[in-house]
Ligand binder design. Structure first.
Ligand code: ADP
Length: 492
């Protein structure tokens, strides 16, 4: 038969279904014990029936063997009584009876084939020695038996001269007993068992089909419920309490759903924040431009002043976009990390050199204390963002004549960068939100000094991408300490 590869694949696929497995399992559990029982019972019956037949035949043959001695049949096999008995025996057991005399000559054969012939068979010789045997041949369906024809004689012992009673074997009866009746009974029993087995199979088949459907139903309910959520019909938490396992799956799914909802909400919030942040400078520019257009004969100085304001707004828009792009880069995969060995002392020095002129404008002193030389495998660009954002903030949210102190230290596993300032500090209730995108403690002040609210979000992402940690201590009015701890060797 031509069997297509696709058919084979679909057969394998259907075998992988839980319903199919439960069905096959129930079918096997239902049928195998039935077949084992049928085989065991029939085998047991056969053994038992054969052994009963052997012992019955042995008792009967013993009586006939005595008659053979009584009628001196071995010397003269013409006794009508004995011949009739032998004939009856042969008919009764559906087999052949041979009487063999002590010179191994066949005296009587109920099939009249071997009379007068000599039989030299191991069993017969053994029987003359007193070892009778019975042998069942399952292939031929025959039992073969030998029974000694023995006579009790009283004789004088050649050694002691005392009289003793002995059994002397005068001949052997060899008989083949047919087991047809036993096999017929077994056939009838086997057929009945097969019919019962067939009925059982149909019942088990039906039961297995129903049970497999019933057991798998809750899992199908889970699929339907999840599909409904996926298709958008419902966004409510789903509930299939049928099994502990379905409860676990549904719990995990509901958690995932909750997480997706949080992500979705935060994405929406982010988009609306971005739109707002980008719209603010545009609105200001529009107001400035409109007010210039509304007036006629505007003096050049006013034009200049307004144009300067418009340029400032453009700068702010530019900075927000740059920061947003940095943030998006941080959200990318770890594979985008460009890891090299960086001398942290040199890198910090370079960044501080760039920022000192800005600090000097407000008479803020920026100092750097390098406890030991630090070399780390990091993404240089991202770590530069961390240092510059923290130091820029320490300068921005500082007071006139204030100070900023940067300390770089390391142990055998991590390097630590501490940025402390004498600035305005961060109120306790704002500490939990400080790393959120667009969060600012004092919105208008931050905007005034050119803040986008994205700096610390970028910093935290960069630190986490290096599997590091960031924490802060702050006293409002006194100052803030940011501590960043990053592994010396980057592990993906
Ligand atoms: P921004 O661009 O506004 O500075 P950040 O994300 O860098 O945004 O900082 C968020 C807010 O955290 C700032 O608006 C400011 O209120 C506060 N902040 C950050 N660093 C400091 C600091 N060193 N001292 C006081 N406040 C700070």
């Amino acid at each position: 038969m031509f069997y297509r590869w696709e058919d084979f694949k679909s057969t394998i696929k259907s075998l992988r279904s839980l319903k199919m497995r439960i069905f096959v399992l129930l079918l096997l559990v239902g049928l195998i014990p039935g077949y084992c029982m049928q085989y065991g019972i029939l085998k047991n019956y056969e053994t038992r029936a054969i052994s009963v037949r052997i012992s019955e035949a042995q008792a009967q043959l013993k009586i006939i063997a005595d008659h053979l001695i009584t009628y001196t049949y071995l010397q003269d096999p013409s006794s009508l009584v004995v011949n009739a008995e032998l004939e009856q025996l042969s008919n009764l057991y559906g087999g052949r009876v041979l009487i063999i005399s002590d010179n191994l000559k066949v005296v009587k054969d109920t099939y009249s084939i071997s009379e007068g012939k000599t039989i030299i068979s191991e069993e017969v010789v053994k029987c003359f020695r007193g070892e009778s045997m019975s042998n069942y041949d399952p292939d031929l369906g025959y039992i073969e038996m030998t029974i000694p024809i023995s006579e009790t004689v009283t004789m004088e012992s050649s050694e002691t001269g005392a009289e003793e009673v002995r059994e002397v074997v005068r001949g052997v009866m060899l008989i083949g007993i047919s087991c047809d009746t036993i096999h017929k009974t077994m056939d009838i029993l086997g057929n009945k068992a097969n019919i019962l087995q067939l009925i059982m199979m149909l019942i088990i088949l039906g039961a297995a089909l129903l049970l497999a459907n019933f057991l798998v139903k809750p899992l199908e309910k889970v699929t339907v419920a999840i599909n409904e959520v996926t298709a958008g019909f419902s966004d409510r938490a789903i509930n299939v309490p049928d099994y502990a396992e379905t409860v676990h799956i549904i719990d995990a799914f509901n958690k995932l759903l909750g997480r997706m909802k949080v992500l979705d909400d935060s994405r929406e919030e982010f988009v609306s924040n971005v739109s707002h942040e980008l719209k603010t400078p545009i609105t200001s520019m529009k107001v400035l431009a409109d007010s210039l257009l509304a007036q006629e004969d505007v003096p050049v100085e006013l034009y200049r002043e307004f144009m300067e304001d418009i340029a400032k707004e453009i700068d702010r828009e530019n900075k927000t976009i740059t920061d947003l792009l940095s943030l998006v880069k941080m959200d990318k995969k770890v594979t985008d990390m460009n890891i090299t060995e960086v001398n942290m002392n040199d890198l910090t020095e370079v960044i501080l050199k760039r920022l000192r002129p800005i600090a000097r404008k407000r008479d803020i002193e920026v100092t750097f204390e390098s406890i030991r030389p630090v070399k780390a495998t990091v993404d240089e660009v991202k770590i530069s963002l961390v240092i510059s954002n923290l130091v820029e903030n320490a300068v921005k949210y500082n007071k006139e004549n204030g100070w900023v102190k940067v300390v770089l230290d390391a142990d055998h596993q991590f390097f630590t960068l501490t940025v402390s300032d004498s600035g305005v500090g961060i109120p306790q209730d704002a500490v939990d939100h400080i790393y959120e995108r667009f969060y600012r403690v004092d919105k208008s002040h931050s905007r005034e000094i050119g803040g986008t609210g994205l700096g610390l979000a970028i910093t935290r992402s960069a630190v986490l991408m290096h599997r590091g940690s960031i924490r802060l201590e702050s006293k409002p009015g006194e100052g803030t300490i940011f501590t960043v701890k990053i592994p010396l060797t980057y592990k993906a």
